[in-house]
Design a protein around this ligand. Sequence first.
Ligand code: HC0
Ligand code: SF4
Length: 579
Amino acid sequence: TVSLTINGTACTAFPNETILSCARRHDLYIPTLCELDDIDHTPGTCRVCVVEILQAGKEAPQIVTSCNTPVREGMEVQTRSKRARDMQRLQVELLMADHLQDCATCIRHGNCELQDLAQFVGLTENRFFDRARTEARPIDLSSPAMVRDMTRCVRCQRCVAICRHHQQVDALVMEGTGLDRVVALRDADDYPNSVCVSCGQCVLVCPTGALGERDETDRALDYICDPDLVTVVQFAPAVRVAFGEEFGMPPGTNVEGQIIAACRKIGVDVVLDTNFAADVVIMEEGTELLKRLKEGRRPTFTSCCPAWINFAEIHYPEILSMLSSTKSPQQVLSTIAKTYLPEKLGVDPSRIRVISVMPCVAKKDEAVRPQFVHDGQPETDLVLTTREFARLLRREGIDLKDMEPSTFDVPYMSAYSGAGAIFGTTGGVMEAAVRTIYAVVNGRELDRIELTQLRGFDGIREASVDLGGPVGKVKVAMVHGLGDTRALVESVLSGQADYDFIEVMACPGGCVDGGGSLRSKKAYLPLALKRRETIYDVDRQAKVRQSHNNPQVQALYREFLEAPNSEIAHRLLHTHYQD
Ligand code: HC0
Ligand code: SF4
């Protein structure tokens, strides 16, 4: 180990450890901006973490960036000397020189790492701001999902790193020099022509409002406040366990009841659950899989994650025939909400507007796919990310904590099984599918419902599952995060891998940490495990734990869809992909 002092306190460090890392382990705060510890990102571009050091043998102290300067034996570090504090403040002021300062209208207002930093260093003036130069930087509105606003970029390059090294999509590059340096799309002028798949991981790590979802809270209010419209809200499996913390509740709290109550309070007419549609997806996809297995078509990939669909279409069109044709739960619910629901409610389908609340930005993209728009009418009218939903509630003066939990008020399209609930975490779709397929094949339920061999957090997990009967053992795989997905797809294409069924989720962790989730500061994915624990709890406590045993799903087939993969189910609930 290495001995040094920081602010006069004796510290021990590992050889080659940085000053910043050592300070953090000793609970000594140094301001940072570009760095992101849990993805090992230290580009040293913001220079906010400057400290003063005196090294053995040197007479004068030096100013260095602590994120990339290794400790030395006998080093004396000052993080709070007058000179260090002045330099930290100057660096923040320089960052502000070309950062648009209309904070009140920024999507990140109140939750911005740059605002925090300005407070920490006590910034009271901004001598170098060049408005004309800043406003000349591009704002890209070409994606239905995201906005890339370079007037607010601080060039931390976290987005470039996450896209390149973790998702391995490599859609972003740094372009230009000096003050004109910005994040650009690689080899493309706009999102539709780029290799970006809208997974939103870049948005999750952006410290400012430079990357954000396309905010649609205004349009949501237009629908909700229009007395002629019947507004339907559906919310995704993961939202209920990844939302409470925005309102000060412990991470992983299940706020399903409060979400229902809040929707009702703001004037939503009908609240439905995407979990119900997840159960329907299992009926359709499970049936489809059995058919494909019989025909010897393997493997089958799940198709519910829209960033994965984008990834397959853009990067591996040769595998599109291996994707399940079943629509995602979001699109299944919206479709039924415009066909079956109007009959139930006795209203004209043209009056229905479906708003879905998703922990995902790619769902916005999915909603406007041409396959899901008929005669100009989309199945899903509007997608709000979890972040926008929080914004919407605030706009309506609602604090989720004050809401008395409520329950769904219609006896259809809202009940769900434990299998539908676990869709929100990596491995959940596979587990849900196996529970139902086993019962279909054997005429009885699995003895052990919790398929713990499918759970876990490794990027790629595989297992052999005995489905019994004529089907026997099948080989399944689950992958999350697009870096590992790329590796798995390559191994399928090269013939190395030999799977029957593969679940893909583009976001690491699955939807519990989707790209539309609340943003954490100074960390990439700190809350995934707490959220997934709650999801597994929901399953454990569910009265019905298999999709086919959900009485409302049974009623839907009895009253409307006839049978899984029936002609009408095919017409309404299946889709195709484009290469
Ligand atoms: Fe997901 Fe979904 S589970 S993609 O991760 O399948 O976003 O939560 O809503 O559609 O159900 C997200 C979450 C969903 C869909 C479901 C699937
Ligand atoms: Fe890369 Fe995903 Fe961001 Fe697109 S949305 S730039 S693929 S991280």
